[in-house]
Write a protein that binds this ligand. Sequence first.
Ligand code: KE4
Length: 419
Amino acid sequence: MSRARELFPGGVNSPVRAFGGVGGEPFVAVRGEGARIWDADDNEYIDYVLSWGPLVLGHAAPVVLDALRDAMVRGTSFGIPTGLEITLADMIRARMPHVEMLRFVSSGTEATMSALRVARAATGRDMFIKFDGCYHGHADSFLVKAGSGVATLGLPNSPGVPDALAALTLTAPFNDIEATDSLFRAHGERVAAIFVEPVVGNAGFIPPDAAFLPALRRLASAHGALLIFDEVMTGFRVAPGGAAEYYGVIPDLTTLGKVIGGGLPVAAYGGRRDLMNSVSPSGPVYQAGTLSGNPLAMAAGIATLSALTPDVHRCIAARTRVLVEGLRAIAARRGVPFTADSIGSMFGLFFRAEPVRSYADARGADLALFRRFFHASLDRGVYLAPSAFEAGFMSAAHGDSEIAITLQRLDEALGAARG
Ligand code: KE4
């Protein structure tokens, strides 16, 4: 890591990888296969980070590798339309019919910044509402009370973001309908959109109250604002059709990423056709990308979504539930204040007795115990997200034996962490 620290800020190419939230040094990954990842000292870990969500089939999934081999011999990039992007777009639309038209980009940040630009252009309004602890990538407007690495490192709003721009970002606590309504009462005619992680994965795992997403839909429509679901993390994880299918709430725009690239750089934004037709070259809202729709990335995404059938999804979701129930039982037997939950193949845990409904609740959990638990788990061969403000992910490669081994190891880890 000393060479890495000489080359990259903090020795990493994305902040949360530096273990700032848990202390110590990150391991250096050299290989992944299925549910497992190995470090440079040949230590093996059962992996619940899975590259922060994309690897829903596990590491080096044979179907993905085969698709990449087939694609790469025909060339790695063209910068001109290919059939692969049409195939992947059709697969996304089949699972999310409300994504009538979309644009592929290469990161979730590009997807969310572009969706916000479309919303501001469509409404002629500059402000938007996001929720404390939600993370939508690192575009300037979103680095206000953001989650994920921003929360992990306890950063204030990032320097370099002009106050004038940050002032256009309004924030409310997640699950707080009243606070959201009062923002509209104060600024309604200036609000272009509500931007939300429909299930929060960047302040730890925080599901919405039953009434929350329907209320956001109602408030956005009532005030002429757009509802934008950031499903970069929840898409094809909380349900085959994402959070929109799971909760039956249809946003105007959706952002996607992670799973749709199967581990290669793919993201997308899309939604109502009338809105997406405003994007260049159909309309005046400019957005572009050299490697957007890259054929290798498209091939990996197609292979991943093809393998992620509803039955496979149900199987992964069921095993995720077994893990969460098992963790709850361990904490109860050991008398540790603990809450854990899962939706589909996404899960999270907090060392706190009461359910976590907001970022403030998440911050109130026992973060010191989480840090000790993280390292005790890693020492026993289980790699959880190195931050209390992240979610966990399961893959099709995590079988019953992986879950059983994980529970046994985490039971011992909790015993050690409690001291
Ligand atoms: P990227 O620009 O990192 O591809 O995507 C940004 C993004 C947008 N929206 C949501 C809901 C996201 O979760 C993310 C990125 N997630 C983090 C993990 N919490 C990526 C990991 C990292 O920052 O290294």
